[in-house]
Structures are given as structure tokens and as C-alpha cells.
Design a protein around this ligand. Structure first.
Ligand code: ACO
Length: 276
């Protein structure tokens, strides 16, 4: 495995995704051929997330090596992630990152930019060129649940406990989780899950379409590895084009989708038979 090279140059800023900087934030990032693995690595704090976690995730997305086709997101220790670092609710906040109290005093435009910046850490996991897999075990609470929802697929251990805790804390889920949740489980179930902030365990996650597969905790890494190998067995460009089609399907009519299929197929056949 190789670690990300740093620093990377993005948007005129020096973006530090060095292993040392990521370790300070509580993340690891490793690339092994076509598979990248992001590990939330603050197990003593149950992989609680901060603004620094989200901007580092965004930088990882920006600097993802081109050969990568599968991105695995996993958590070290007993929990996938206990969500946002609860120090954000204290007057002192998270050192160097402020608190919700200080953020709430920002004007709405600046606050909105901060939220958008945080969301960038999640949105790239949907890119057509990659398939992202959340390997989820233990608690996936709030931002942890939303990080799992940001991935294309969720393979879970039988001890998984998803919880959208935000409404219980007076917040809304704003880390891009509401749309995939509704798309996966439907509006009524999403309302039930979010507005009760209850735990969704493995059996239910499987039944309602939140999880693709449930395995014993000890088998999680192998199950994810097997899925990655299956995903890598198809043609890279065809996989990206098919993901684009599937992602666009719900927003199009049947006629529009058929036309989109045709347009993608023409590009594929021209590429395959050298007639570009
Ligand atoms: N932020 C900061 N620290 C945390 C967080 C968190 N979200 N969650 C756990 N920790 C810390 C604990 O304070 C404790 O630290 P300490 O050892 O210094 O006392 C350590 O992690 C272990 O926590 P325990 O509660 O002892 O671990 P346990 O395995 O028994 O329980 C659980 C895990 C269920 C995840 C529990 O820690 C918990 O409920 N955490 C808070 C979850 C939460 O409300 N998150 C916010 C969701 S909203 C959002 O994300 C926007």
C-alpha cells in the first residue's frame, strides 16, 4: 500500500494530505492499486468527526489518484463513527475549529459557505468514476450515519447501529444524508428513522435497503474486499458510464433515459471499435 503524496496543489492553495497531517485529524488514507481506503482513526473518541475531518475528506477526494476505482470508508475501533465531535456544542468548541456557538454568530452567507465546505467531504464519494463502499460496524451516529449514506454501497457488520441523532439535538442532518436516505428507504421510513432518532440495527438495515449485505464482524473486511474485486472485474469506462446513467435515471422520464442510454452506448461502441 502507498500513502497519498503530499502536499497537493489545489485551487492555488497548498493542500496537505500527508499521513502526518491526516493522523493529527484522525484519518488514514491508503491506496493499493485501484482500491483506496479511508479509515476514520480516532477510536478512543469513537471516530468523532470535526470540520477538519470533513475538509481532509474533501482534499482526499480532490487528490484521489486517477487509477482508483473503488473507495472503501471504514472506522477503527468499536464504532464506525459517533458523529460530530460533541465539543462543538460547548462554549470552548474544538481547538482551532470554533464551536456551534461561534459559528451561529457568523452571517448566514459565511455560515452557509462553511456548511458547503463540509459537504464537499461527502459529495465526491458519489462520483461516477468510482464506487464507494462504507464498511460499517458498531455505531454510525449522525455524521457517521451520513458518511455511510454518502457512499454508494453499505456492507455492514451484524453489530451495526445506525442513528440519525441530529433532530434529537435540535439540528437537521446537513451532511448530504437526507437525499440518499429517502432514495434508499422511502419517505415514510426516512421520517420514522430521523424524527425518532432511533437505532436501526442490522436486520432492519438489510430489510429496508440501507445495507447491501450483513456479515459477522470478523468477516467485514473480507466481504468488502470481495465486493471490491467484483466491482473491478467490469470495464472501467463502461462502469463509469453506467453509474452516470443509473444516477440520472430518477430525474428523467423513460424517453429521456432511453435517449441517455443511447448516447452513452454510442460513445462506448465508438471507443470499443476505434471509430471515435
Ligand atoms: N464526540 C466527542 N467525543 C465522543 C463522541 C462524540 N460524538 N462520542 C464518544 N466520544 C468519546 C467519549 O466522550 C469517551 O471519551 P473519554 O474516554 O475521554 O471519556 C469515548 O469517546 C468513548 O465513549 P463511550 O461513550 O464511553 O463509548 P461507548 O462505546 O460506550 O459508546 C457511543 C459509544 C454510543 C457512540 C457513545 O459514545 C455516544 O452516544 N456518543 C455520542 C453520539 C452523538 O450524540 N453524536 C452526535 C450525533 S449528531 C451529529 O453527528 C451531527
Amino acid at each position: 500500500m502507498s500513502e497519498a503524496k503530499a502536499p497537493q496543489q489545489r485551487g492555488g492553495q497548498t493542500e496537505d494530505v500527508s499521513a502526518e497531517r491526516l493522523a493529527e485529524i484522525g484519518l488514514r488514507f491508503e491506496v493499493d492499486g485501484e482500491i483506496a481506503t479511508i479509515t476514520l482513526d480516532r477510536p478512543d473518541k469513537r471516530n468523532a468527526q470535526t470540520f477538519a475531518t470533513w475538509s481532509a475528506l474533501a482534499r482526499i477526494g480532490d487528490s484521489l489518484p486517477e487509477q482508483v476505482r473503488v473507495v472503501v470508508v471504514q472506522g477503527e475501533g468499536p464504532s464506525f463513527s459517533a458523529g460530530i465531535d460533541l465539543r462543538m456544542f460547548t462554549p470552548e468548541g474544538v481547538p482551532g475549529q470554533g464551536s456551534f456557538g461561534s459559528a451561529a454568530r457568523l452571517d448566514s452567507a459565511s455560515f452557509g459557505q462553511r456548511i458547503q465546505a463540509a459537504q464537499q467531504g461527502f459529495l465526491w464519494l458519489r462520483r461516477p468514476e468510482i464506487v464507494s463502499i462504507a464498511a460499517v460496524h458498531g455505531h454510525a451516529i449522525g455524521a457517521g450515519f451520513q458518511l455511510a449514506l454518502a457512499c454508494d454501497l453499505r456492507i455492514v457488520a451484524d453489530d451495526v447501529k445506525f442513528c440519525m441523532k441530529e433532530p434529537a439535538l435540535g439540528l437537521v442532518p446537513d451532511l448530504t444524508g437526507t437525499k440518499p436516505l429517502v432514495e434508499l428507504v422511502g419517505l415514510a421510513k426516512a421520517i420514522d428513522i430521523c424524527l425518532t432518532a432511533r437505532f436501526v440495527e442490522a436486520d432492519e438495515a438489510m430489510r429496508i435497503g440501507l445495507a447491501e449485505r450483513v456479515v459477522a464482524g470478523g468477516d467485514l473486511a473480507k466481504a468488502v474486499q470481495d465486493k471490491a474485486a467484483e466491482l473491478l472485474s467490469t470495464n472501467r469506462d463502461a462502469a463509469a458510464a453506467t453509474k452516470r446513467l443509473l444516477q440520472g435515471a430518477q430525474g428523467r422520464t423513460l424517453e429521456e433515459q432511453s435517449a441517455a442510454e443511447g448516447a452513452e452506448q454510442i460513445k462506448r461502441l465508438k471507443a470499443l471499435f476505434g471509430a471515435e
